[in-house]
Design a protein around this ligand. Structure first.
Ligand code: GTP
Ligand code: MG
Length: 273
């Protein structure tokens, strides 16, 4: 008989973001799009447990190691024959589960030196229609701040001996199909401004705390340079962590505007491979 020898997928992506952003809907869509689609029906109810799914990259999406693939490139035929697989870890976004799952998995996966579990990138998904609400914006920005600070600490610790490989972050600005959705540029500005506020109140809190206890707290500030307003550009410049904000939609018909609602996120994934 014939047995396919599948190479073990070794490229891991971690999917983070607040509850209701669309993470499980996204992983379910990726599974359905993949040839491996196993028609498991995941509900779109609040997740309580992280799950791994193995999915394939559409052959027409270029990869980082094969940037200049064109339609008549022989490598496209090869990609159709042997599509690139990657794994996505869907995590629960509920505030009470973030530390024990999303954040702690980021901690372990980003430290891993094993090629099989190495983390290639983080997708931080946000509901762009929900960000007009102040409390939601604050909650989302706080989660993103903690994710980026963890990656910043990792980048610093690794730089002393041998350089750790970078883990880029995609802010997937989801639900662009809704007419109340904020455009990706506005999402970026809002998140940057809110993270700046969080940074300021953190460093002020630290000053107060050290005044109280007389202790010099070594807690670091995201993006290091506290005299400058926070921006993702600052973070890239100071720490080397790249953050892209890209719009898309898991649901709804965005064929005209986006080609496919998740195509540009798949292109970002491809660039990490
Ligand atoms: P947790 O598991 O609680 O962290 O949430 P989640 O991020 O997994 O959210 P989930 O995938 O369950 O989606 C929440 C709701 O948003 C569901 O009702 C989805 O159908 C809906 N949704 C997801 N993506 C989109 C989108 O692009 N547009 C619209 N209009 N709705 C979406
Ligand atoms: Mg979920």
């Amino acid at each position: 008989f014939f047995q396919a020898v599948a190479s073990p997928p070794s490229s891991n992506f971690l999917l983070l973001g607040p509850s209701g952003a669309g993470k499980t809907a996204f992983t379910t869509l990726l599974e359905a799009k993949s040839s491996l689609a196993s028609n498991k029906s995941h509900g779109t109810h609040t997740s309580q447990q992280s799950t791994f799914v193995t999915v394939t990259l559409p052959p027409t999406v270029p990869t980082g190691s094969n940037r200049y693939r064109s339609d008549n490139d022989p490598s496209l035929k090869e990609a159709i024959r042997n599509p690139i697989k990657y794994r996505v870890r869907d995590t629960p976004g509920h505030g009470k589960l973030r530390l024990s799952q999303g954040i702690s998995e980021l901690q372990t996966m980003s430290q891993s030196k094993d090629i099989k579990t190495r983390l290639r990138g983080v997708v931080f998904m946000v509901d762009t229609a929900a960000l007009v609400d102040e409390a939601t914006l604050r909650d989302t920005a706080t989660y993103l701040h903690d994710v980026l600070l963890l990656l910043q600490k990792r980048a610093k610790n690794g730089s002393s001996s041998k350089r750790t490989t970078d883990i880029p972050v995609l802010v997937a600005a989801n639900k662009q199909d809704l007419f109340t959705a904020l455009p990706p540029g506005v999402v970026r500005e809002k998140l940057e401004a809110e993270i700046d506020r969080i940074r300021k109140s953190k460093s002020k809190g630290l000053l107060d705390a050290s005044a109280d206890t007389g202790l010099e707290d070594e807690e670091e500030i995201l993006g290091n340079n506290e005299h400058e307003t926070f921006s993702f550009k600052l973070l890239e410049h100071e720490v080397g962590i790249k953050v892209d904000v890209v719009g898309g939609a898991v649901k709804g018909d965005l064929q005209e505007e986006f080609g496919s609602g998740v195509r540009r996120w798949e292109e970002w994934v491809g660039m990490c491979l």
